[in-house]
Design a binder for this molecule. Structure first.
Ligand code: SF4
Ligand code: FES
Length: 249
């Protein structure tokens, strides 16, 4: 009996060699329990070893396998072939990022934005280890927990029309991570992050399309983080007007 197949239409591109991206079609075995990443691995192992893409964990944790699947940003290790049957399935590099080769995009812009928002705990003065840990109540943990689930997959940037039009926009995940640390009761870095969030390409650039939250595979809500950061920034501005001598931590 002939094996059933499904077609993957994959973007191929080598900047510097090719004048523009092209699409190449591959027929791969149709297995109900295969994800798009399995199909790409089949192409690489059996059909064309030059196909280039990123992946690592194959379990929705590392954030490295993000691509456009039929025009939607997806983790390809979580996108089942059966959900696209009978195909074809279009696989393209993440939108809004420069392509390095085939399905691999450059992370440089995102990594720089992440560095700028200081996504780590900042303390004015670290207490000595002998004084014990910084303790939190369950309610304090709840304030930021969902925002700590981000795996830096960049799907939200690929879905964001504002980032597509204005690449300087700090963007959903970086703002969500800044918010995550601003909401952490152990952190004292709000004033260091606030100037970055309140600049013209910070939170105010967001027009609240909300697609970032729709595509996030980890249930993070970057759109909410951005809107809440706007409220916090506006309150700070008002307080600074009323009480120029005081302010937030
Ligand atoms: S917020 Fe969600 S979509 Fe954006 S990088 Fe983090 S995990 Fe990915
Ligand atoms: S391979 Fe790690 S998230 Fe998909």
């Amino acid at each position: 009996m002939r094996e059933e197949t499904i077609t993957l239409e994959v973007t191929r591109y080598r900047p510097g060699h090719d004048s523009e991206p092209r699409t190449e079609s591959f027929a791969v075995p149709y297995q109900k329990d295969w994800v798009v990443l399995d199909a790409l691995n089949h192409i690489k192992d059996q059909l064309d070893g030059t196909l280039t893409y990123r992946w690592s964990c194959r379990m929705g944790v590392c954030g490295s396998c993000g691509m456009m699947v039929n025009g939607v940003p997806k983790l390809t290790c979580s996108a089942f072939l059966r959900d696209y049957y009978p195909g074809p399935i279009r696989v393209e590099p993440l939108a809004n990022f420069p392509v390095i080769r085939d399905l691999v995009v450059s992370l440089d812009d995102f990594m720089e934005k992440l560095r700028r928002v200081k996504p780590w705990l900042i303390r004015a003065v670290e207490k000595p280890v002998s004084e014990g840990e910084y303790r939190q109540t369950p309610a304090q943990l709840e304030d930021y927990k969902q925002f700590s689930m981000c795996i830096n997959c960049m799907l939200c940037y690929a879905a964001c029309p504002v980032y597509g039009l204005a690449p300087a926009f700090v963007g959903p995940a970086a703002i969500a991570l800044a918010y995550r640390y601003n909401m952490d009761s152990r952190d004292e870095g709000y004033k260091l992050r606030e100037p970055i969030l309140s600049e013209s390409v910070g939170v105010w650039e967001c027009t609240f399309v909300g697609e970032c939250s729709v595509v996030c595979p980890k249930g993070v809500d970057p759109a909410a983080a951005i809107q809440r950061s706007k409220v916090a920034g506006a309150k700070d501005w008002a307080m600074a007007m009323l009480m120029p001598w005081g302010g937030r931590r």
